[in-house]
Design a protein around this ligand. Structure first.
Ligand SMILES: NC(=O)C1=CN([C@@H]2O[C@H](COP(=O)(O)OP(=O)(O)OC[C@H]3O[C@@H](n4cnc5c(N)ncnc54)[C@H](OP(=O)(O)O)[C@@H]3O)[C@@H](O)[C@H]2O)C=CC1
Ligand SMILES: O=C1OC[C@@H](O)[C@H](O)[C@H]1O
Length: 397
């Protein structure tokens, strides 16, 4: 009973966080595009951040921008064909949130940085590793903060307690050396509408590996503390109307020390019995010398997650258990003032604002990490034969 009420209360508060009083001069964010993800990833989290206000939104269509702004209480609106650039040119705006389709990340991040704004950039960083490198180099040159929004790994000044706890167990040696990993992110057919959703549009940087595979790649590299050494094999299924768009990709990656990782991503798992949607599959499975570890829901752990540790019988240094880590204190860590209803996006915002304000979060997604993630996504695409997503035609001034 307590489990049910805690879960309902936590999930309700993620979506309806308490609004806190703002500091005298909060940092003003502007959003490029009236994107579906912005309320969860930025607008709701900003309510409980005293140093952040969502000041402006721009959409290609002014009516759409107006109704989005009204719905979310955003005071300043830009719309029409020049709306995005007008938002970038607004001197009040200090930070740009870029949730445009993947294929537009590069162009509008380069423009935002050129306009002197910090950028919180949606994942995956761009369509290619080279574009990713250029964005980070420009940010460095201009002394601006640029973060690829891998929210599942950013939790305030530390990693998310859940994924951090998984990593801490693996790093402790309790289960011995990792032998293999399987990281999966797959949702049922019907979750997205292929005819209209950006995820199925090759020109906009679509594909399962781009959208979901970027997390599975990132998580494998994070848990292994290493980049793969090669792509051993791949299988994929395309979305037939768009033959370069992978609806599903499975890749087997080699990592140092003879570890293999299987990453699986699917934008439209077929319905069971032809009509029943399947539950989302969001899992990490680790096979180690002295036991196994399974984590459910590494992407949105605030909603619900579980971490199961199953040592082999002969492993006397370990015990079988199931752990949850909604807050640092759940796993014996120092109280950082975080709340169980802080979503990964709320913690991400905390870390991002720390950096913008010149404070130092203990963890960060570094430039090289973002570049390497994109590089290995491209290598998997190369192995599938589908090739990288198209390079941007935008030329920086
Ligand atoms: N961090 C996370 O958990 C998640 C991240 N994402 C990422 O966020 C980004 C956006 O995803 P999502 O919000 O689901 O997508 P949406 O389609 O809802 O939003 C994309 C926005 O891009 C704008 N846009 C500009 N040019 C085009 C174009 N040619 N075609 C289509 N849209 C265009 C649209 O803005 P306008 O209003 O101006 O028309 C639209 O609002 C992606 O990079 C995705 O990977 C997505 C979901 C979850
Ligand atoms: O970033 C994301 O996370 C959750 C997925 O469902 C979504 O497709 C993706 O864009």
């Amino acid at each position: 009973m307590a489990f049910c009420t805690d879960t309902v209360s936590r999930v309700w508060t993620v979506v309806n966080p308490p609004a806190v009083p703002k500091v005298e001069k909060p940092t003003k964010f502007g959003i490029l595009g009236a994107a579906a993800i912005a309320p969860s990833a930025l607008i709701q989290p900003a309510r409980s951040h005293p140093e952040v206000v969502i000041y402006a939104v721009a959409a290609r269509n002014l009516n759409k921008a107006n109704s989005y702004a009204k719905k979310h209480g955003i005071p300043k609106v830009y719309g029409g064909p020049n709306g995005y650039q007008e938002l970038l040119d607004d001197p009040e705006v200090e930070v740009i949130y870029n949730p445009l389709p993947n294929g537009l990340h590069y162009e509008w991040t380069m423009k935002a940085l050129t306009a002197g704004k910090h950028v919180l950039l949606e994942k995956p960083a761009a369509n290619t590793a080279e574009e990713t490198r250029q964005m980070f180099e420009l940010a460095e040159q201009k002394n601006l903060i640029l973060l690829e929004a891998f929210h599942y790994r950013l939790h305030g000044s530390r990693f998310h307690p859940a994924i951090q706890h998984v990593k801490a167990i693996l790093d402790s040696g309790e289960l011995g050396a990792i032998k293999s990993l399987a990281v999966t992110l797959a949702v049922s057919k019907g979750t997205f509408s292929p005819a209209t959703d950006i995820r199925f549009n090759y020109d906009l940087g679509g594909g399962a590996l781009m959208d979901m595979g970027c997390y599975t790649m990132s998580c494998s590299r994070y848990l292994m503390c290493a980049n793969p050494t090669s792509v051993l094999s791949t299988t994929h299924e395309v979305y037939p109307p768009s033959p370069k768009v992978d609806r599903r990709t499975v890749a087997m990656l080699a990592f140092p020390q003879d570890v293999t990782a299987t990453i699986t991503c699917d934008l439209a798992v077929p319905l069971s019995l032809g009509f029943v949607p399947t539950l989302p599959q969001i899992s990490v499975k680790v096979e180690a010398e002295k036991g196994t570890l399974d984590m459910l829901n590494f992407i949105v752990p605030t909603m619900y997650h579980s971490i199961s540790i199953s040592p082999r019988q002969e492993n006397a240094a370990s015990r079988k258990r199931m752990v949850k880590a909604y807050q640092f204190t759940d796993v014996g860590m120092e109280d950082k003032g975080d709340k169980p209803w802080w979503s990964t996006y709320r913690y991400q915002l905390e870390a991002f604002v720390d950096r913008v304000k010149g404070r130092t979060p203990q963890t960060w997604i570094e430039k090289d990490d973002s570049i390497a993630n994109m590089e290995w996504i491209e290598r998997v695409y190369e192995k599938t034969g589908l090739g990288s997503r198209p390079r941007s035609t935008f030329t920086p001034p």
